[in-house]
Design a protein around this ligand. Structure first.
Ligand code: FAD
Ligand code: DHB
Length: 389
């Protein structure tokens, strides 16, 4: 088999890349380890930056997102017995976020690729990349897929990054001493906006997926198991961490899914080796507090699409050669923002009273200074694609 771009992974990065390349007349094949049902049901991100929404709309895959997604013009920071709204409409006029589940984005992209005759092979768990310096190809299930370039869109635990020879990549990493327990509950949201709540018992986040479905996260110990968290304990902890302002009551209901996520910051540089280009979680991970991971994946494949379009239009590798540096600029801004939101809002085991006071002081600053609040708002809704370039 032969294609122009061999894409490993049918997450948001791989699927959107395949679709954007198709719009430029570039052929690709997507190889995915898991089943279609699995990737369409995997509950993860929910916050789409303005730029991500724009890319999906411009690429003609935003119809359901526009109909069902929930635009938000602010978030609440809750601490010290009070809630403080960060008003995007005033601080970053014209920019907002949209709450729309990642698995819905994935469903929309798969449906569109298949309708356009795109090739996505599911249930292919044994992909191996070969010959990355020249004439690259992928093998799987006794087959061989030759391609001009390979796009490694196979997430943090994929096969592409580890196929790069030792010594090539520089790794930058930070692990956090806690995890997130996430749930989806069949219950209307308890507030109209997202609530990021910091307290002595740990961080909690109130989010949603629709007028009928709520999404919550709890900071839990890094070695927590789902068995430790029966429904009653989850609701009791959410109440203790969110019902901290007068008049706020959590609406409870059946929990329909639960998941645990490690909290990690990670960057592999450069995001390229020979004819292999890494995109999304395959190259970098952020802790989810800043809601940046999916949005970064979209930004990467947008850059990669332009670079590959340049290659096929003119034969020039100029944009491809700049791919890693172009992406890493945005990646490091998101790394900083995600680390900052995480340290601002979580309880650290090692916290000393001094550290706790610093956290409070910084929260007071962000919620009282227009300049500091604007810093949060412009990073949260997403900086323009070419910022600082
Ligand atoms: P993935 O989604 O991981 O996709 C990779 C794909 O490759 C998968 O389908 C996988 O099965 C496949 N694969 C893996 N190995 C192989 C292999 N060997 N061969 C073939 N296929 C393979 N981001 C946001 O922007 N906003 C948020 O609000 C947000 N919230 C989050 C909340 C949580 C709890 C978590 C865990 C993450 C959150 N994120 C958020 C991050 C976001 O979910 C990820 O950054 C995003 O999924 C990255 O997309 P990706 O396509 O790069 O990787
Ligand atoms: C959601 C996830 C996040 O990581 C975040 O910061 C906000 C919302 C969500 O899944 O709704």
């Amino acid at each position: 088999m032969r294609t122009q771009v061999g894409i490993v992974g049918a997450g948001p990065a791989g699927l959107l890349l395949s679709h954007l390349l198709h719009l430029r007349g570039i052929d690709s094949v997507v190889l995915e380890a898991r089943s279609r049902e699995y990737v369409e049901q995997r509950v993860r991100a929910g916050v789409l930056e303005q730029g991500t929404v724009d890319v999906l709309n411009e690429a003609g895959v935003g119809a359901r997102m526009s109909a069902e997604g929930l635009p938000h013009h602010g978030i609440e920071l809750r601490y010290g017995g009070a809630g403080h709204r960060i008003p995007f409409e005033r601080l970053v006029p014209g920019r907002a976020i949209t709450v729309y589940g990642q698995q819905e984005v994935v469903k929309d992209l798969i449906a569109r690729r298949l309708a356009d005759g795109g090739k996505i092979l599911f249930d292919v768990p044994d992909v191996v990349p070969h010959s990355l310096e020249a004439d690259p190809y992928l093998t799987f299930q006794g087959e061989r897929l030759d391609c001009d370039v390979i796009a490694g869109c196979d997430g943090f635990h994929g096969v592409c990054r580890p196929s790069i020879p030792d010594g090539v990549l520089s790794i930058f990493q930070r692990d956090y001493p806690f995890a997130w327990l996430g749930i989806l509950a069949q219950v209307p949201p308890s507030a109209e906006e997202l609530i990021y709540s910091r307290g002595d018992r740990g961080f909690a986040l109130h989010s949603m997926r629709s007028p009928e479905i709520s999404r919550f996260y709890l900071q839990v110990p890094p070695d927590a198991s789902l068995d430790d968290w029966p429904d009653e304990r989850i609701w009791a902890e959410l109440r203790a961490r969110l019902e901290t302002v007068p008049g706020f009551a959590l609406t409870e209901g059946p929990i329909i899914s639960r998941d645990l996520s490690a909290m990690r910051s990670f960057v592999a540089e450069p995001m390229r080796y020979g004819r292999l280009y890494l995109a999304g979680d395959a190259a970098h991970i952020v802790p989810p507090t800043g809601a940046k991971g999916l949005n970064l994946a979209v930004a990467d494949v947008r850059v990669l699409t332009e670079a590959l379009a340049g290659l096929y239009a003119t034969g020039s590798t100029e944009l491809l050669d700049a791919y890693s540096a172009t992406c890493l600029k945005r990646v490091w801004r998101a790394q900083h923002f995600s680390w900052w939101m995480t340290t601002l809002l979580h309880t650290f085991d090692t916290d000393d009273p001094y550290g706790r006071r610093l956290q409070t002081s910084h929260l007071d600053y962000v919620t009282s200074s227009e300049a500091a609040a604007t810093t949060l708002a412009e990073n949260y809704v997403g900086l323009p694609f070419d910022f600082g370039a």
